[in-house]
Design a protein around this ligand. Structure first.
Ligand code: ARG
Length: 465
């Protein structure tokens, strides 16, 4: 029998060439070539293992490894010719290997399938990208800690409903961002545990009849163990979904961080100065300095959440085991990786250059009766019930509003008309400094507590490295 289509994968079965558009439509090489390094790494480990069990001679194994190393260099230097005729990264590399070394190249695929191969590649790829993401994330955390150190006792208003609520320290606010990123870090490291399990050996879906040594391949590739079920190994992409969920949370946090930087650098707030190098001007309004980096990051958070939904929908209702649907996992995943790394990097570079405008922050904290709760707490310490104290302070705030003065600017006589329990020591709690200094419990905003929190955080982050 003559083969009518010698270029086609598994061509002997087909009497007809693939439709030219379908060939393009089904190919993934244009995007999955990004995993070439991991594909080669996986193939080298597989070759070593099938040699150890007697499928390849040592000469064949060495020819394969030398050939794959050469292909790796060809890819790195850009001279490798990718072809959509070979559909995906796996077939492109295998075809080139056979070109280079002949028959031994054709033996490499013994005991495996592209189904377990691609699942392995994605896991190796994510494992290495998570390391990069973690590096950028921790770099940003260091930058936040340095800024928190600089502004540990800088007073600013804390907000609820975007209205001045109670005075806090800028250092404390910065440490809130640090905490969010710490949980993001934990989530990444946690999903890494489930990513770092090896699918190779599952073959197409049912495993293989060769006496493969999966533990050996797993050890060679630095996986924690071989996967436990061949069907599950080639089909589920839950690990990629989980990673994208962790990435979405990082982006959600960065979007909140962005939003505050955007608000604070506006003329209306005027709390911070954003570094010029991270802003741009307007093509029409010469006075403008736009906070482009945080705005772009805020915008990009939506696209990562979009990828999360895309991956969930991709996996939903898929029957076991592998389906071609899964080829659609790569573009959302790759874009998630790129987006989260770039956004963290931009922030890690930008944050050290943010300058707080201390007196603006201070004036703003003074403006919204931000020590009203402190006055109520003062009255409770004098023996009043909190609800009664709340009522009394409400009256004092009304007087302040009517006469356009802060609580600390009302006279003792004026304050005493609402409660005879108010004495001259009240001014100690009505000042912004007194208010923040009194919140010195764990998790509080007092400058001394913020210092301690920074110290503990530095230890924690050091232990992780
Ligand atoms: N390009 C494919 C993917 O990304 C590789 C696996 C192909 N397997 C198959 N049976 N067609 O999923």
């Amino acid at each position: 029998m003559t083969n009518v289509n010698s270029e086609k994968l598994s061509s002997a079965r087909f009497a007809e060439a693939t439709n030219a558009f379908v060939e393009e439509f089904t190919a993934s090489v244009n995007f999955d070539k990004r995993m070439a390094k991991q594909d080669i790494e996986g193939s080298i480990a597989h070759a070593r293992m099938i040699c150890a069990i007697g499928i390849l001679t040592e000469v064949e194994r060495d020819a394969i490894i030398t050939g794959l190393d050469r292909i790796n260099r060809e890819i790195e230097s850009g001279e490798f010719v990718w072809s959509i005729k070979q559909e995906d990264v796996h077939m492109n590399i295998e075809a080139r290997l056979t070109d280079l070394i002949g028959i031994a190249g054709k033996k490499l695929h013994t005991g495996r399938s592209r189904n377990d191969q691609v699942a392995t590649d994605i896991r190796l790829y994510l494992r290495s990208e998570i390391k990069q993401i973690t590096n950028e994330l921790r770099r940003l955390q260091h930058a936040i800690l340095d800024l928190a150190d600089e502004y540990f006792d800088t007073i600013m208003p804390g907000f609820t409903h975007l209205q001045v609520a109670q005075p806090i320290t800028f250092g404390h606010h910065l440490m809130a961002w640090f905490e969010m990123l710490s949980r993001d870090d934990e989530r990444l490291q946690d999903c890494l545990k489930r990513i770092n399990v090896m699918p190779l050996g599952a073959a197409a879906l049912a495993g293989t009849s060769y006496p493969i040594d999966r533990q050996m391949t797993s050890d060679l590739l630095g996986f924690s163990r071989p996967s436990a079920n061949s069907l599950d190994s080639v089909s589920d992409r839950d690990f990629a979904i989980e990673f994208t969920a962790a990435a979405s949370l990082i982006m959600m946090h960065l979007s909140r961080f962005s939003e505050e930087l955007i608000l604070w650098s506006s003329a209306q707030f005027d709390f911070i100065d954003m570094p010029d190098a991270f802003c741009t001007g307007s093509s029409i309004m010469p006075q403008k300095k736009n906070p482009d980096v945080p705005e772009l990051v805020r915008g990009k958070s939506g696209r990562v959440t979009g990828h999360l939904i895309a991956l969930l929908m991709l996996m939903k209702s898929q029957p076991l085991a592998y389906n071609k649907d899964n080829q659609e996992d790569k573009e959302p995943l790759f874009d998630t990786v790129d987006t989260v790394i770039n956004c963290l990097r931009a922030f890690a570079d930008m944050v050290p250059h943010i300058k707080a405008k201390k007196s603006k922050m201070y004036q703003s904290a003074k403006s919204g009766f931000s020590t009203a709760t402190d006055l109520a707490d003062y009255l409770v310490r004098k023996g009043l019930a909190f609800r009664d104290a709340h009522e009394i302070v409400g009256l004092a705030v009304r007087l302040g509003l009517e006469t356009q003065r802060d609580l600390s600017e009302l006279s003792l006589v004026e304050l005493q008309q609402y409660s005879s329990e108010i004495k001259s020591d009240v001014y100690g709690v009505l000042t912004l400094e007194g208010s923040v200094a009194s919140r010195k419990h764990i998790g509080g905003t007092a400058p001394e507590t913020v210092k301690k929190a920074i110290f503990t955080a530095r230890q924690l982050i050091k232990d992780k490295q």
